[in-house]
Design a binder for this molecule. Structure first.
Ligand code: ME8
Length: 518
């Protein structure tokens, strides 16, 4: 990867997406979390970390089994087909994953069995009977106070998913032992969960007291068998969460890859925080393993106020949207429009608005104007670097401060804020070029004209470098136009200026505007 020229010098970084259920086609909601995680992974590579970026598919459980039956296929045939769709969707929206895990893989079954055995050996598991409400759509158990009657049907209050009364033999995890230890863990690790709304919700759920958790099922077969008792398959969430350590090599904790554990950030949607912030650290601590460092829960993308979901079948296809608007404008919009962590409505009109004004006008025109002036007035060669004047410093000072400011926002997963900080400098560039008027300097002060154009080139190179994680394809094209070599696109390369007189290719528009009335 071109951005990873300095990989490894700043330490390891492990970031994950949820592994998605294979019960339908991927939609823009999945793309949303994956794109955010991808920006984080690319940013860390760009700033010199050795990154391990994991995504994949959650293939067991009743919900997937039911979807396979409905499609007239065996669960294995069904998941083989759909996993390919999820993987190719991830590739086509630019997700730079290092590993794609499927929970039906042997390495994963081995890891689940090892974790189970470790929990059992520690006395954290016992055999009992489960009796209560289960929602297949959420693959979750609900207490009597968490369900209600809607139009004659019992549903989970939180998600609206129908629940069924279930009674079967089951193994239990002694989650009730962990109430105090989890609260102490949250207290000692204030960055463990974000945003603040997630933290509040999780803490109040745990404070109310935890009950033992049913972690096996006997009423269907599509799962990882419980070691030593094959009448049971593991509860799909125990299986699914384990994917994160499987990919890090568990149970081979002596192998190099294990050096990535604990994960730096699990990026998830807000409806699955209970699994990631309560069950997962409890399982891990019980097994003597370290919990992840952070779980970040994004809000819901809605369409006309309704959450998109595979079960409801109202999802927008990310590939069609990428075709319509361009992939990079779509990625930009998703992270720019709504403060990350909040819910937000997807609006075509807003995508077009941002594409036309912020991408095509603010950034695209700045590049086009500056590069055309260099073509026309400097024979397409990069003007020489000279000592900056005060005016140059007004432009380049804020640019130099930008990587640290963007890093600070991205480390909080405040992607919209990071883009806002970048756009402050883009807008500064536009007002600066208007004030410097390089087009009118050719006759009056050609030396100053060259210095102004060189400063603009420095600005564009900095912006394009910093924006690569958000819009990888377009920024690669922009860096090509700026004649920045593929091995010189990391943040640390910004300290090394391009050689004076470097030949620049003729500029071409970076963004395609869309007619707002169409
Ligand atoms: O929950 N808005 O899988 P899943 C925002 N297999 N994000 C959305 C979204 C929307 N409308 N719709 C989906 C599962 N997402 C489990 C996860 S992890 C060990 C197991 C995103 O296919 C969001 O990240 O239902 C959400 O948490 C995830 O997709 C749910 O995907």
């Amino acid at each position: 990867m071109s951005e990873s020229g300095t990989a490894g010098t700043r330490g390891r970084f492990f970031v994950t997406t949820p592994i998605y259920y294979l019960n339908g086609q991927p939609h823009i909601g999945h793309a949303y979390t994956s794109i955010a995680a991808d920006v984080l992974a690319r940013w860390k590579r760009l700033s010199g970390h050795d990154v391990f970026f994991l995504t994949g598919t959650d293939e067991h459980g009743q919900k997937v089994e039911q979807a396979a039956v409905a499609a007239g296929l065996s669960p294995q045939e069904f998941t083989d087909r759909l996993a390919g769709d999820f993987r190719s969707m991830a590739e086509r929206i630019g997700i730079s994953f290092d590993d794609f895990i499927r929970t039906t893989e042997e390495r994963h079954k081995r890891s689940c069995a090892a974790l189970w055995e470790k929990l059992a050996a520690g006395g954290h598991i016992y055999l009992g009977h489960y009796e209560g409400w289960y929602a297949v759509r959420d693959e979750a158990f609900y207490g009597p106070d968490e369900i209600e009657d809607r139009n004659g049907q019992k549903v989970a209050i939180a998600s609206g998913a129908p629940v069924e009364w279930t009674r079967e033999p089951s193994y239990f995890f002694r989650l009730s032992d962990w109430t105090d230890r989890l609260l102490a863990f949250y207290e000692a690790n204030p960055d463990f969960m974000a945003p603040a709304s997630t933290r509040r919700e999780v803490v109040s759920f745990v404070r109310a007291g935890l009950q033992d958790l049913s972690i096996s099922r006997t009423s269907f077969k599509w799962g990882v068998p419980v070691p030593g008792d094959e009448a049971h398959v593991m509860y799909v969430w125990l299986d699914a969460l384990t994917n994160y350590i499987t990919a890090a090599g568990y149970p081979d904790t002596g192998a190099d890859r294990w050096g990535f554990w604990p994960a730096d950030v699990h990026m998830v949607g807000k409806e699955i925080t209970r699994f990631h912030c309560v069950y997962w650290p409890a399982f891990l601590m019980a097994a003597g393993l370290e919990p992840p460092k952070r779980v970040y829960a994004n809000g819901w993308l809605t369409i006309e106020g309704q959450k998109m979901s595979k079960s409801l079948g109202n999802g927008l296809d990310p590939l069609l949207l990428a075709e319509e608007f361009g992939l990079d404008p779509l990625r930009y919009y998703l992270l720019r429009e709504v403060p990350f962590g909040n819910d937000g409505d997807f609006s075509r009109r807003a995508v077009v608005g941002r594409l036309n004004s912020e991408l095509a006008n603010d950034l695209g025109n700045l590049a086009q104007r500056s590069l055309s002036l260099i073509q026309r007035n400097c024979e397409g060669r990069l003007p020489a670097l000279t000592a900056p004047t005060e005016a140059d410093r007004e432009l380049l000072g804020p640019l130099e401060a930008l990587p640290a400011a963007v890093d600070e926002a991205i480390s909080r997963q405040a992607f919209g804020e990071a883009l806002e900080r970048i756009w402050t400098v883009v807008r500064l560039g536009n007002s600066w070029i208007d004030a410097q008027k390089p087009w009118s300097l050719k006759k009056t002060d050609p030396v100053r004209m060259e210095a102004v154009l060189r400063s603009l080139h420095t600005l564009l190179r900095g912006l394009a470098t910093i924006l690569q994680p958000f819009m990888p394809g377009t920024m690669a094209a922009m860096l090509d136009q700026l004649a920045v070599g593929e091995g010189a696109r990391g943040l640390s390369d910004l300290a090394t200026p391009l050689a004076d007189g470097t030949a620049l290719p003729p500029p071409a528009p970076l963004f395609r505007k869309i007619d707002e009335a169409a």
